[in-house]
Design a protein around this ligand. Sequence first.
Ligand SMILES: Nc1ncnc2c1ncn2[C@@H]1O[C@H](COP(=O)(O)OP(=O)(O)OP(=O)(O)O)[C@@H](O)[C@H]1O
Ligand SMILES: [Mg+2]
Length: 396
Amino acid sequence: MSGSTHQDPTLGQSPAQAGGQRTARVLVVDDKEIVRTFLCEVLELAGHDVTVVESGEDAIDLCGKELVQVVVTDLRMEPMSGEELIRHLKRQAPATVPVVLTGYGSVERTVELMRLGAFDVLTKPCRATEILATIEKALAHHDALDANQDLRSRLEAQEGKRQQVQEKLAMIGKLAAGVAHELNNPLDATLRCVRMTKDRVGDDAEATEYLDIAHAGLLRMADIVQSLLTFSREAAVEQAPQRLDDLVAEAITGVALALGNEAPRMTQDIQPGVAGVPVPRGLHQVVTNLLRNAADAYDSPGKITVTGRIRGDRLLLAVTDEGSGIPEDVLPRVFEPFFTTKEPGKGTGLGLPISARLVEKFGGSMGIECPAEGGTIVTVSLPASRYGADTVQEVL
Ligand SMILES: Nc1ncnc2c1ncn2[C@@H]1O[C@H](COP(=O)(O)OP(=O)(O)OP(=O)(O)O)[C@@H](O)[C@H]1O
Ligand SMILES: [Mg+2]
């Protein structure tokens, strides 16, 4: 009987299989042979895969070696009681479902055993149909526990990865801050020297041209150093309040000026009640970064829209473009520091991570998605209540 599966010789399959029911791997634990034999016959006849043992110790031993879905156990056994066995199983094989079959049942006892981890408590004498129905429910419970455990281990693995990324970010941040600090002063001095030399070269067009190139290069370096400092949390973030619509308008003007003829058509569509919300000035850098990314997503100047909405307790600011979009394998990496798909000299890969860090400082979070119809939507979600949601609700 141990480990065997009974097949009805006339039908060629067990009643459980014939009825479309699933069969379970069941372990029967009882020190009385008559009970073991009865349970084994009933369960095997229903098509279940049954093993019987006489003691709790043997049961623990077997559950440690192979997967058992349901354990049907007696309570009064020596030296290990059924209660002890259930406790062990909860720790050692949490997805194994214990069912108690006892001659001494009472409501209080049942409640106590179920608290301990028993799935159900059956009282002897017990009808075969009742035992089989309980096994079926226990098997479904096992499946749910199993799925849960699987989900938990996947979540744990994800959390581990997230922590690794956080540690990596902290290290990069420290390193970047150190380098940026060291570069800041000599860079400043070099920039001043280039400016002074430019003032002195007078009409020498060629020298002026070289100095202009050097000046532009130094400005780009200063930009990168500033980005690194912001990224490493060294730079102060402007918390002073500014009206949301003014801030967006300023960012649009700034990007339009910087890009000149290459500038896309940038418009803002901010809900009237949200337009006047005072947001931290530091958000300017975030909007600028997002506008520049959106502009870069077009081969020729396209259309970019900045929208502002209130949804529940969130103030949502979104920058939408109809540009290239982001390939599926690239999308999960865009917030990684120094990740860029742009040519050297065109992007440092700090725009989005810096923006995300700034938004975090303002108590919010960022998201990015590429709709099926094309383009990209980057969303900044801020806690509306922190920025005068009450006022907003009134206006709306
Ligand atoms: N709106 C967008 N459309 C298409 N791709 C985008 C968009 N925004 C970001 N990306 C992708 O995400 C990458 C990372 O963006 P991020 O702003 O962090 O760095 P970058 O633009 O490459 O460089 P930097 O901003 O430092 O100059 C980009 O290189 C690009 O591949
Ligand atoms: Mg960028």
